[in-house]
Design a protein around this ligand. Structure first.
Ligand SMILES: C[S@@+](CC[C@H](N)C(=O)[O-])C[C@H]1O[C@@H](n2cnc3c(N)ncnc32)[C@H](O)[C@@H]1O
Length: 191
């Protein structure tokens, strides 16, 4: 029969163990959320709803088109493009676990047959088969992507970038969208 002193000690140990587990879980969650910033220097920020509608107008898809959202976050743009044109194929590429998990939960909630996802660094995914590409990244990443796009994308491929233009290229079209205090600019390019 354990004495009251022993019971108190067990209780204290159990409390410490639970607190340590909670602390470790918080650390893991924080790592998963900040993964994109730590490893890819790009935070997970979904394109705002009003910008999504404008993007769908600027980049209309038709049957047989293949659109890649490179750095697809929680899949918001992929589902929007896929629902807008069910006969096109839309592929999201995301390397950060937390937004990718959100994508899977979203897909579970309602299947979109023409949407698919790849959990990978987009530097290692070929874009040769793309007819359209969507990006919402950062200026430094856009600068690195330009020579790759020029080499890899098939002639005529349309690229839509949210907020971050290619400094040395003239866009075919631009559009501004006001969301609260912020103004987002969309840039359409043809390669
Ligand atoms: C600003 S968010 C945009 C999310 C989504 N495209 C949207 O518009 O809602 C950028 C995403 O790109 C991802 N990302 C950045 N670099 C990446 C890389 N090299 N490979 C795959 N994903 C990347 C980040 O993890 C982040 O989720």
């Amino acid at each position: 029969m354990p004495t009251p002193g022993t019971m108190t000690m067990y209780l204290a140990l159990a409390t410490i163990a639970i607190l340590l587990l909670l602390w470790a879980a918080c650390l893991v969650l924080l790592l998963l959320i900040t993964w994109g910033i730590i490893f890819y220097k790009v935070p997970f920020v979904p394109t705002p709803g009003a910008v999504v509608s404008e993007a769908l107008k600027l980049l209309p898809l038709s049957s047989g088109d293949v659109l890649y959202d490179i750095g697809s976050g929680n899949g918001r743009m992929v589902f929007a493009f896929a629902n807008a044109c069910p006969s096109a194929r839309v592929i999201g590429v995301e390397a950060s676990p937390f937004p990718f998990l959100l994508t899977l939960l979203r897909r579970w909630g309602g299947a979109t047959r023409n949407a698919s996802f790849i959990f990978k660094d987009f530097s290692n995914v070929s874009l040769a088969g793309a007819s359209h590409v969507y990006t919402y990244l950062l200026p430094s990443v856009m600068a690195r992507l330009l020579p790759r796009f020029e080499k890899e994308l098939a002639p005529g491929t349309r690229v839509l970038s949210c907020d971050f233009p290619f400094k040395s290229r003239t866009p075919l079209q631009t559009a501004k969208v006001n969301v609260g205090k912020f103004t987002y600019t969309l840039y359409v390019y043809e390669f």
